[in-house]
Design a protein around this ligand. Structure first.
Ligand code: AHR
Length: 654
């Protein structure tokens, strides 16, 4: 195989090319086990991206969006030493947004400490050297004794403990810090809350709005778990699409993602039953999203609600939309949201509100996506929804650029300039379609691949269950297919202006990073995102096109960085054989090239190990390996691309 890299730059590469789509999802364990069937490995974990959340350690911390009196309302809470627990709304909650509280009845006959525990999100990581910031509310008409809070192992080892006094008949907020002096051996730890049984016997105490945070990424309030945030930041994403996805749309108009229900003190955030039927805390709200995107140095792509919800598609055969005559309040709501994000802090109501929450400077925002996947309701989108939102927003903000979300073939007024369309499929689909953008019309419109991922090996049902091919974790084979597709996006980045990797979340597999309370694993797909994103050129270089009848499973793109004078060659070998390429350069390179490669040392076409994944148990089966190699001549070399591998070669030009 011969591969020529010329010095002809075909076009500049947009700085927005690689990034992520993000929507918050939290999965109660009982739901996870139902969704994930028998896959015990996957059942043990909580997965990230789309499903990243804040670093909060206490699950169901404020009893948001649950039905009082039910067992589900007590998710993650358990009695300690015989207390009777229930979630109630019969007494006023800590705020009008949080009407539910935990009613704790102490039996008349009891001895020793008694109370309740939170089991965290699949346990709690206890780390010496960390300071944990905690708080809770309590009230009682009779109890006035002290409340002891602790971080303990399930078997009773106490890692940190504090006591507070001053419970009165009105809600009072108690704050505390934990500084454990030893780390726990494992995550089987709980947050324990007790009172003295003797002094509390026969009494009732109400608790509400708990919180326990470890240190967060960059010390942000309500911030991200450090290891996960650092891992994502290390891939240097340059776009971040949020807050959905279906998460934006809601299961009904009223349960859509409401920007102004996600800002301000946690006490003012009601949370919501999200589209997948379980509560969202909204602890990661609009400001937290914007701060996170800013911390990453990424460009936000903000999805705004455009009058569609995703309720009962199977019953209705369509998705409900707001009639044109009723749309104005929702348009106003979006205008208010945008003013909150970019409005002047002195002269606009939205800007003043933002400043009152600690952020004076407007956020940088350029891309507004009107809805999500409106191909499911293209008629109303084309008839009035797209036009109504774009017209109203651009009248006030003429510099914003809009992304449409319906089928590329749908005619819109005004005509769309950018369109977002999503791809979840099998490895063979992604490799076959890696040339799809070669034919995209060069008519001024640009494509945003706003969600994409290999989800399954099943070519006819890529969103089915694990027994029918759905991937519990990304595989090397899938990552190579994604990389092949990404070479096509980069080669055609004159029309593909951005992309957002988004492993499909419906059954919470696969995912880019899988984690439990203390561990995480970077998937093969994670490393592909990182390799493509970190090694960015400023211009695409023209390379030998593969002959149209060629079936060699090698996919490539070359680029040049005009700040560093480095040429990058990104190659995916999606086949099961090593492939040698004779690479000819239209320029002179220095004596040594470097390469970073992702492949499986144990790969064998016979045992099919290209399906290998990094897992929580074996997190480093497939990791990028860096090497350097000598160029015998300054303008050519041979390179062996291992079976099922992704390689980025860097050549310093002379
Ligand atoms: O599972 C992720 C969902 O898939 C996204 O929310 C939606 O946009 C897509 O259909």
């Amino acid at each position: 195989l011969t591969l020529n890299i010329s010095t002809t730059a075909t076009h500049p590469i947009p700085s927005t090319l690689f990034g992520y789509m993000w929507e918050v999802k939290t999965i109660p364990p009982q739901l996870r086990s139902i969704l994930q069937g028998d896959n015990t490995a996957a059942m043990e974990v909580f997965m990230v991206l789309l499903s990243l959340r804040d670093a909060e350690l206490l699950q169901n911390r404020a009893f948001q969006a649950v039905i009082p009196g039910t067992q589900n309302a007590l998710t993650a809470w358990q009695p300690f030493n015989g207390a009777r627990l229930s979630v109630t709304s019969k007494t006023a909650g800590v705020s009008s947004s949080l009407p539910n509280s935990l009613e704790v009845q102490i039996p008349k006959v009891v001895s020793g400490p008694i109370g309740f525990e939170n089991t965290g999100y699949w346990g709690i990581k206890v780390q010496s050297g960390w300071t944990y910031q905690g708080s809770f509310y309590a009230k009682s008409t009779t109890f006035t004794g002290s409340v002891t809070i602790s971080l303990k192992s399930s078997s009773g080892t106490v890692f940190a403990t504090k006591a507070v006094t001053g419970v009165t008949k009105s809600w009072k907020k108690f704050t505390f810090e934990f500084q454990p002096s030893v780390s726990a051996d494992n995550d089987d730890n709980v947050f324990n809350v007790v009172v003295d049984g003797k002094s509390a016997a026969g009494q009732t105490i109400f608790f509400g709005m708990f919180s326990l945070f470890p240190p967060t990424f960059r010390g942000r309030e309500n911030g991200m778990r450090i290891d996960l945030a650092e891992a994502l930041a290390a891939t240097q994403p340059s776009v971040w699409r949020f807050p959905g996805g279906n998460n934006l749309e809601g299961g009904s108009f009223d349960t859509r993602w409401k920007w102004n229900a996600t800002i301000g003190p946690l006490e003012d955030r009601p949370g919501r039953v999200a589209d997948w039927g379980y509560p969202n805390t909204d602890g990661l709200g609009l400001l937290e999203y914007l701060n996170w995107v800013e911390d990453l140095g990424a460009e936000p792509i903000l999805g705004v609600w455009d009058g569609i919800s995703i309720a009962n598609y199977s019953d209705l055969g369509t998705w409900p939309v707001v009639p044109e005559a009723d749309l104005q309040p929702y348009i106003d709501d979006v205008l208010n949201e945008l003013e909150f994000i970019v409005g002047d802090a002195k002269t606009t109501e939205g800007g003043k509100l933002r400043a009152s929450l600690g952020r004076t400077e407007p956020y940088s925002l350029k891309f507004i996506e009107i809805g999500n996947e409106d191909q499911f309701q293209p008629d109303s989108y084309a008839a009035y929804r797209w036009n109504a939102f774009v017209s109203a927003i651009s009248a006030k903000y003429p510099d914003f650029e809009f992304l449409a979300t319906t089928l590329p073939t749908t005619a819109l007024t005004p005509a769309y300039q950018r369109i977002d369309f999503h791809m979840y499929n099998s490895p063979s689909w992604f490799t076959t379609n890696s040339f799809m953008f070669d034919d995209y019309p060069r008519n001024g419109t640009k494509w945003f691949v706003g969600e994409y991922a290999v989800t399954s090996t099943n070519d006819t049902n890529a969103l089915g269950d694990i027994p029918s091919g759905r991937l519990p974790y990304p595989t090397l084979q899938g990552a190579a297919a994604e990389a092949a597709f990404m070479t096509g996006m980069e080669r055609n980045s004159d029309v593909v202006f951005a992309s957002a990797y988004a492993p499909r979340n419906y059954q919470w597999t696969p995912d880019i990073i899988t984690y439990d309370a203390s561990r995480m694993v970077k998937s093969t797909s994670y490393y592909v995102q990182q390799m493509f994103s970190v090694n960015r050129g400023t211009h695409v270089l023209s390379t030998t096109p593969a002959p149209s009848n060629d079936t060699t499973p090698l996919f490539w793109v070359a680029s040049y960085n005009n700040e560093t004078d480095v040429v990058f060659l990104k190659v995916s070998n999606t086949g099961t054989q090593d492939l040698v390429a004779n690479i000819f350069l239209g320029f002179s390179a220095t004596e040594f090239g470097s390469a970073v490669s992702l492949s499986s040392p144990a790969l064998s076409p016979i045992s099919g190990l290209f399906n290998v994944s990094n897992t929580l148990e074996e997190p480093e089966q497939i990791i990028p390996v860096s090497s350097s190699f000598a160029l015998p001549f300054s303008d050519r070399f041979n390179y062996t691309f291992p079976a099922t591998s992704i390689t980025v070669i860097s050549l310093q030009t002379k």
